[in-house]
Ligand binder design. Structure first.
Ligand SMILES: [Zn+2]
Length: 326
């Protein structure tokens, strides 16, 4: 676990490293950006560096602090994540208590909260005083995919860093260097992941990814044609998949391809270029319908993040599309 291993967002890494070396560290930081681009990994390397005993080589990886950190047992580090998709007030109260006790072995005590955008308003409010006037040794790092769900009063009390999606060329290089895949495959995953290195790695590691993509796009392609019987017969196998969010990303990639092909008539820009024939065949769908379906998917993605009846939401999604086709 080292800064050099992180891909992309170099200027943020530089400023975090400088902070650690100068020992002038902000007490409340927020890393915002899409999923899978290294926010959590960066926050962990940063935390480990702050707690590391070595004067220069931080994190050294061999001092007792680093070793405890690697085995998830550093007493001066607390990691908080949502329980059942929310961060509750009680979790923040535990965190405040953690920070109220002086550090054990280090100069600092660090609390890292994943998906702070899922904290309830109550939880966020409980946090304000600590953000403003926490102990000198306390450092709080918040991660978020969407700052819209974070109170203004919280945002104004933290130093924010925006993590941008990672450039395709860097993802390709990383995949080819680290996984047993060809340039062509790496290219495809890089395009498909939209700058999320985490997602690109997931795809590169899954030998069945392509088969799943083809099957899912077949269902979606037929749904857009209004083939009710086929879609209803496949809907169960669709719902049984564990990563519906990724499947919905595949659908979005299909709609994106349709829009691009309608505009350019050029296959070069297509994500799903291996399915060009089907895409071309469907490019007569009108803009209004494509955008209607796109909005439905975006909405579905966001409601699936909460505790809704997933099966029902997915049924309604397909029924809506099939009805709109008629
Ligand atoms: Zn160390």
């Amino acid at each position: 676990m080292r800064f050099e291993k992180i891909i992309g967002n170099e200027s943020i890494l530089k400023s975090l490293e400088d902070m650690v070396l100068a020992d002038r560290i902000n007490h409340a930081l927020l890393f915002e950006g899409p999923a899978g681009i290294g926010k959590k990994y960066t926050a962990k390397v940063f935390s480990k560096s702050i707690l590391c005993e070595d004067e220069v080589d931080k994190p050294c990886g061999i001092c007792p602090q680093c070793k405890q950190f690697d085995s998830d047992s550093n007493p001066d580090f607390l990691f908080v994540e949502p329980i059942g998709d929310v961060i509750k007030k009680e979790q923040i109260q535990d965190l405040i208590e953690f920070l109220s006790i002086r550090p054990f072995d280090s100069k600092y005590k660090i609390a890292l909260i994943e998906s702070f955008d899922k904290a309830t308003t109550e939880a966020q409010n409980a946090f304000l005083k600590t953000l403003e006037e926490g102990p000198d040794y306390g450092i709080i790092i918040l991660l978020s995919e969407n700052n819209k769900n974070i109170l203004e009063t919280v945002l104004s009390r933290v130093k924010s860093y925006y993590f941008a999606p990672i450039e395709s060329s860097k993802i390709i290089e990383y995949l080819v260097d680290n996984y047993n895949i060809t340039d062509k495959e790496a290219n495809f995953y890089a395009k498909y992941s939209n700058g999320s290195i985490g997602l690109a790695i997931k795809m590169a590691k899954d030998p069945d990814f392509n088969e799943k993509r083809l099957k899912n796009l077949e269902i979606f392609h037929r749904a857009l044609m209004g083939e009710k019987d086929f879609v209803l017969s496949e809907i169960k196998s669709f719902k049984d998949q564990d990563n519906i969010d990724l499947v919905l990303d595949m659908y979005l990639s299909w709609l994106r391809d349709l829009l691009i092909y309608k505009e350019t008539k050029d296959r070069f820009y297509l994500y799903n270029s291996d399915l060009e024939k089907k895409l071309v065949g469907q490019s007569n769908l009108d803009y209004e319908f494509i955008n209607y379906v796109k909005e439905k998917i975006i909405k579905l993605k966001s409601i699936l993040k909460f505790n809704v009846n997933k099966d029902l939401a997915l049924d309604l999604f397909f029924i809506d599309i099939l009805e709109e086709c008629q």
